[in-house]
Write a protein that binds this ligand. Structure first.
Ligand SMILES: Cc1cc2nc3c(=O)[nH]c(=O)nc-3n(C[C@H](O)[C@H](O)[C@H](O)COP(=O)(O)O)c2cc1C
Length: 221
């Protein structure tokens, strides 16, 4: 039931408008958070910088939204190991609590292109995120968008965005791309020795992704 229907159902049941407004304010007092996850082993490089641009656009679109950048380059964990039992690595201790936070309403996942595929670090993340699917789908109906950075123009960025999106569908997230110019997601070209700010076209796609994710989280989740 959406907020409008809750309101009319509650009023029909005799609740006061003031009471509903107070309840509504307390639930909306918790800021909605959008996590940006950069899946390059090179901490702080072009993927992380591109995610940061998307998150800045989130804040510019709706200042009330929280954002957090998680740079996997500084973390250590492996993908699925066949048993489902993991020692206390950075996925279990750092990432999982953040991903399970109910205030997290949106994700932007970005990967460098490695041989026209996502990075192994991104795949490890997506495999371990299986922990968010059972016993319940914790990410269902949250917003997700994808970004990729390649060293070549047409180096496989669209393929990587599609791979991330395909994996995220297994969580029953609501996938979004970006606004016009970035309808599938954000794709950037690291042409200038790791100074991604010089890829003005690609930077614009990161902004358009951030705007769309912000709009969707604000309006739908
Ligand atoms: C193992 C490896 C494979 C790569 N394969 C591709 C590729 O297929 N297409 C491409 O455009 N760039 C490729 N690159 C370049 C990276 O995608 C590019 O440098 C990117 O900016 C790295 O992201 P980072 O700065 O966040 O680490 C590859 C780089 C590495 C290390």
């Amino acid at each position: 039931m959406d907020r409008r229907h809750v309101l009319s159902a509650s009023l029909a049941a005799g609740a006061t408008v003031a009471g509903i407004a107070a309840a509504d304010q307390s639930s909306s007092a918790k800021p909605k958070t959008i996590l940006g996850i950069a899946c390059s082993p090179r901490e702080g490089k072009t993927t992380a910088a591109s995610i940061a641009v998307a998150l800045e656009a989130v804040k510019e679109t709706h200042a009330s939204l929280n954002t957090e950048l998680i740079d996997l380059g500084g973390l250590t964990f492996k993908g699925w190991n066949g048993t489902g039992k993991f020692s206390d690595d950075d996925f279990s201790t750092v990432l999982l609590p953040k991903l399970k936070d109910p205030n997290v309403k949106g994700l932007i996942i970005g990967s460098p292109v490695y041989f026209r595929n996502m990075s192994s670090l991104c795949m490890a993340l997506l495999e371990r995120m299986g922990a968010l699917r059972k016993p319940e789908l914790l990410l269902a109906n949250k917003i997700a968008g994808a970004l990729s950075v390649g060293g070549y123009r047409h180096g496989g960025q669209e393929l990587v965005v599609q791979q991330i999106q395909a994996a995220m569908l297994c969580h029953e997230v609501l996938l979004v791309g970006g606004k016009p110019g970035a309808h599938q997601g954000a794709m950037l070209w690291n042409e200038h020795k790791d100074d991604i700010s010089k890829d003005t076209f690609g930077i614009e796609t990161a902004k358009q992704l951030g705007i769309r994710v912000a709009e969707a989280v604000y309006d739908l989740v």
